[in-house]
Ligand binder design. Structure first.
Ligand SMILES: Cc1cc2nc3c(=O)[nH]c(=O)nc-3n(C[C@H](O)[C@H](O)[C@H](O)COP(=O)(O)OP(=O)(O)OC[C@H]3O[C@@H](n4cnc5c(N)ncnc54)[C@H](O)[C@@H]3O)c2cc1C
Length: 387
């Protein structure tokens, strides 16, 4: 087997990407397709971080207005994954139902529906009786819900790696097991030094390092308060087909879906994560608590066997929105990290927009509400590369 880590690095590239999650791999694909010389560094395996550890929810429902334009752009790409990466990645447009367990929660769903409608997203409210007619497996706790037909779910284990392979086919240079140790300026460009002592110079850098995005940004002098979150995940044995949609609840304390093979995947609460050591694991009591909530909502799962639980390491920002856009202080550096527990759906579009920002300095997708300037004040620059 070829040890890719030992193949000589290029000395100078157009774009270096730090982090091989879906965002980074999608950016690598789009940039390589545009003829850019791209190298991507991933400290482990592409798609092996949060992008491959997540629940698999592909939903627009429940997002804040600032995220919706990127989410809409992503949704359009999910339908085209066979064309983009050669596989549907298990994406099913099953619809997403957000359940209310109190009358007050049901009322709050109407507020979100109106906001979404003003952005052109259609969501309908469903009464408790109608929900139980359509989904007889739901328990009596349910007081109603809202339905977004264009949402769904997918297999997270496929998405990142398939974007990575597509990027390689397009000509991107992907380096797995290559942790970046240092990012620094070198004239108008950047020097990216690897932990093994090698280095590359790049005209532009994308910081797609997930939960480590703030660590990379700090090396260039920008401070972001990125905390770690580690959702606690559970999966059952394969069961007969039952759940026809992807479900969440108001408050987000439980969410569940059934894979095409029959396994019921559910998440709720937080596991344990140690960012410094890149370690995470689920917690038994949290798993038990999530299972109890799951049974209250779908009593028919009473005899289902849990076969696995896990967690992942995700970066989260104080306002639960990603840091997405040109660096406020350094021309040529663009951030996309801290997706705060909901970046799986956004990943494909994140890469497409990052590519546009590198190539033209602008994008048609409104990412203004996600700008890094929320946290780091901009400095004036004459450099036009990052608009
Ligand atoms: C358990 C869990 C459940 C979730 N459920 C959902 C969901 O249902 N729906 C949804 O939309 N979102 C969900 N999310 C969030 C979603 O998974 C993330 O927001 C998304 O995957 C982030 O993608 P990314 O490419 O930005 O980061 P990541 O996938 O984290 O990729 C960043 C990569 O950077 C690498 N890296 C970091 N530092 C360095 C370095 N110095 N050198 C080289 N490489 C480096 C890391 O190894 C990592 O692979 C969930 C997250 C978790 C953890």
């Amino acid at each position: 087997m070829i040890d890719a880590a030992r193949i000589a690095l290029p000395t100078h590239v157009d774009v270096a990407i730090i982090g091989g999650g879906t965002a980074g791999c999608s950016a690598a694909l789009h940039l390589a397709q545009a003829g850019q010389r791209v190298v991507l560094f991933e400290q482990r395996l592409c798609g092996g971080g949060a992008s491959g550890q997540n629940y698999g929810g592909v939903r627009q429902q429940g997002r804040c207005p600032e995220e919706l334009p990127l989410s809409f752009r992503a949704r359009e790409m999910w339908d085209r994954l066979p064309e983009i990466v050669g596989h549907d990645c298990g994406f099913r447009a099953s619809g997403h139902i957000k359940l209310a367990r109190t009358e007050a929660e049901f009322a709050s769903l109407e507020d979100w529906r109106k906001m979404a409608a003003s952005h052109g997203l259609e969501v309908s409210l469903i009464t408790a009786n109608a929900l139980r007619d359509q989904h007889p497996y739901l328990g009596t706790e349910v007081k109603g819900g809202s339905f977004c037909a264009s949402d769904g779910h997918a297999n997270p284990r496929l998405v990142g790696p398939l974007f990575a392979r597509a990027a390689e086919r397009a000509g991107a240079d992907l380096r797995e097991h290559c942790p970046v140790a240092k990012l620094e300026r070198e004239g108008a460009a950047f020097r990216i030094s690897l932990a093994d002592g090698r280095a590359v110079v790049a005209d532009a850098v994308l910081n797609t390092a997930g939960a480590w995005g703030a660590t990379i940004a700090a090396q260039i002098g920008e401070t972001y308060e990125e905390r770690v979150m580690s959702p606690n995940m559970v999966v059952t044995e394969p069961l007969a087909p039952m759940l026809t949609a992807n479900f969440g609840v108001c408050g987000g304390d439980i969410y569940f879906r059934q894979t095409p093979r029959g396994n019921v995947v559910f998440g709720g609460g937080r596991g344990m994560a140690d960012r410094d050591r890149n370690l995470c694991r689920p917690l038994g009591p949290v798993t038990a608590g999530a299972a109890a909530k799951m049974l209250a909502l779908v009593p028919g799962l009473e005899n289902a066997s849990v076969i696995r639980s896990w967690s992942g390491i995700e970066g989260a920002m104080p306002d639960d929105r990603p840091v997405f856009g040109p660096s406020p202080t350094v021309p040529g550096l663009i951030h996309a990290f801290g997706f705060s527990g909901h970046g799986f759906q956004l990943g494909p579009a994140a890469g497409a927009v990052l590519s546009e920002l590198v190539l033209t300095g602008r994008t048609e997708t409104d990412i203004g509400g996600l700008s890094p300037t929320r946290f780091v004040p901009p400095v004036q620059s004459n450099d036009k590369r990052t608009g």
